[in-house]
Ligand binder design. Structure first.
Ligand code: PHE
Length: 340
C-alpha cells in the first residue's frame, strides 16, 4: 500500500508540474484528490489494514497528501502569473504608464457664499430653518398677505403645478411655517437658505436660484434693529468700508418695506458701469413683518414685532467675485469653478 501511495505522489506531482493551464491543473487535482480521486480511493482502503500497519501507512498518506498539495500550490502560483502576463500581452496594457490622476473636488462658489452668509447669522444667534420647494399657494402667497387677485403676485412669475401647488417663488413661506410651529415661543431668530423658482431667464436671472431669508421676531424689535443687523452684514460680506442705503419699497408681507443697497463694490460709490453710474447696488429686500403675517402665524401683533429680509445668493456671489453673467454659475465648467 505504501508503494501505491508513493506512486500516486510521483504521478500527481509530475502531472501537476506539467499542467499548461489552471483548468488543466484543476482536472488533475480532481483526478487525484477529488471525491473519486486516486488518493482518496486508496485511503478508503485503510480500514482493512491491521492495527500495527495503520499508523505507519497513515503517516505516509499524510506525507503524500502534503507533498501533492505543495506542488499544487506552487503550480497554481506559476500558472496565475503566466495568465496575467498573457492577458497583459493580449490587451496591450503598459503597466509602466502613469496612472489616471484623481481630481480633487471643491466647493461651488454659490455654496461658499451661502455658507458665509449662514455663518455670519449663526454668529448673531440665528438658527437655520427650512421648508419645501414644492409649496402651497397658501404659504407662498395667501399667508403672506398676497390673496389670489393681488397685483403684487405679478412681481413673482410663478411655476404652478396645479391650482393649489407651486414651486416656491421665495423663501418667505418658511417665515410662516416656522412661526406656526414655534408660537407663542420667543424670540424667533432664523435664517432660511434654499432654492426658489421663477419664470425668468437672462444674463442676470435664472428660473432656479437661491435665497437666504432672515426673520427675527420678539418684543420691541424695531426698524433700527433691522438697519443695524443688515449694515453689519454688508460690511462683513463686502468689506469694512461698505455703506448701506435703505430705500422705501413695497412687499405685501412687510410694512414698512425697504430695499437695501450697498455702495458699489467696484468704484466705492463714485459711479461706474457696474452700478450704472449711481454708486449703489441693490442686494436685498426687507421690512418690518406685517401684523397680519404675525397674526396668521399665531403671534399677537400687539405684543410682538419683527423684521425680515430676503437676499439672492447668485446676485451677492456675482457682486463679490465680479461675475457678470449668472449662467456661468450653472454651466459647471471646471475652468470657471477651479478659480474658487
Ligand atoms: N421674499 C422677497 C422676494 O423674494 C424678499 C423679502 C423677504 C422682502 C423678506 C421682505 C422681507 O422678493
Amino acid at each position: 500500500m505504501e508503494e501505491k501511495l508513493r506512486i500516486i505522489e510521483k504521478d500527481a506531482r509530475q502531472a501537476m508540474a506539467s499542467a499548461g493551464s489552471l483548468e488543466e491543473l484543476n482536472e488533475i487535482r480532481l483526478k487525484y484528490l477529488g471525491k473519486k480521486g486516486e488518493l482518496t480511493q486508496v485511503l478508503r482502503g485503510m480500514g482493512a489494514l491491521s492495527a500495527e500497519e495503520r499508523p505507519r501507512i497513515g503517516q505516509v498518506a499524510n506525507e503524500v497528501r502534503a507533498s501533492i498539495d505543495q506542488e499544487l500550490a506552487a503550480r497554481t502560483t506559476v500558472l496565475k502569473e503566466l495568465a496575467i502576463g498573457q492577458r497583459l500581452k493580449e490587451e496591450g496594457i503598459d503597466v509602466t504608464l502613469p496612472g489616471v490622476p484623481v481630481l480633487r473636488g471643491g466647493r461651488h462658489p454659490l455654496s461658499i457664499v451661502s455658507e458665509e452668509i449662514q455663518t455670519f447669522f449663526l454668529g448673531l444667534g440665528y438658527s437655520i430653518a427650512d421648508g419645501p420647494e414644492i409649496e402651497t399657494d397658501y404659504y407662498n402667497f395667501e399667508a403672506l398677505n398676497l390673496p389670489k387677485d393681488h397685483p403684487a403676485r405679478d412681481m413673482q412669475d410663478t411655476f404652478f403645478i396645479n391650482n393649489q401647488t407651486l414651486l416656491r417663488t421665495h423663501t418667505s413661506p418658511v417665515q410662516v411655517r416656522t412661526m406656526e410651529k414655534m408660537a407663542p415661543e420667543l424670540p424667533v431668530k432664523i435664517i432660511v437658505p434654499g432654492k426658489v423658482y421663477r419664470r425668468d431667464d437672462d444674463a442676470t436671472h435664472s428660473p432656479m436660484f437661491s435665497q437666504v431669508e432672515g426673520l427675527a421676531v420678539d418684543r420691541r424689535i424695531t426698524f433700527s434693529d433691522l438697519k443695524g443687523t443688515l449694515d453689519l452684514f454688508a460690511r462683513e460680506m463686502f468689506g469694512p468700508k461698505t455703506k448701506t442705503r435703505f430705500r422705501p419699497s413695497y412687499f405685501p408681507f412687510t410694512e414698512p418695506s425697504a430695499e437695501v443697497d450697498i455702495s458699489c463694490v467696484m468704484c466705492g460709490g463714485k459711479g461706474c458701469r457696474v452700478c450704472s453710474h449711481t454708486g449703489w447696488l441693490e442686494i436685498l429686500g426687507s421690512g418690518m413683518v406685517h401684523p397680519q403675517v404675525l397674526e396668521v402665524s399665531g403671534y399677537n401683533s400687539e405684543q410682538v414685532t419683527g423684521f425680515a429680509f430676503g437676499m439672492g445668493v447668485e446676485r451677492i456671489t456675482m457682486l463679490k467675485y465680479g461675475i457678470d453673467d449668472l449662467r456661468v454659475l450653472f454651466d459647471n465648467d471646471l475652468r470657471f469653478l477651479q478659480q474658487f
